[in-house]
Write a new protein. Structure first.
Length: 124
């Protein structure tokens, strides 16, 4: 005879909750790393916009930094896609990642007021 007890139900549920919490923290961490790179990109673009057109040395250095950052971001996204390959087509996963990315980007001091308001508004 099969006996279902409260203990036999609670333990698997607790394991599932712990597992999903650790997955959530991992996704939050990964989103934060990507948001940090995005923030640095915004910073460089702001500096490029503010640079004097006569200051070719600064412009060249900023363009090089931006190019290097683009490569870094490509690697981050590639690693992200590999890590979450099995979940990339899951709409809930994409929604969760998007939400975590928006929360993380709000820590960027280089966001415009408009972008900050937009991202804050879009957080679920």
């Amino acid at each position: 005879m099969c006996r279902i007890t409260v203990k036999s139900i609670i333990f698997p549920v607790l394991l599932l909750i712990c597992f999903s919490c650790s997955r959530s923290k991992e996704l939050e961490k990964d989103a934060s790393v990507i948001a940090n790179a995005m923030c640095r990109s915004i910073e460089i673009m702001n500096k490029l916009k503010a640079a004097s057109s006569e200051d070719t040395m600064s412009i060249n250095n900023l363009q090089t930094s931006y190019h290097d950052l683009q490569k870094e971001m490509e690697n981050l996204y590639s690693d992200f896609r590999k890590k979450y390959e099995k979940r990339m087509n899951d709409p809930q996963f994409n929604k969760d990642f998007s939400n975590e990315l928006r929360k993380a980007i709000l820590n960027c001091p280089f966001l415009s007021k408009e972008d900050r308001e937009k991202y804050a508004k879009e957080i679920n």
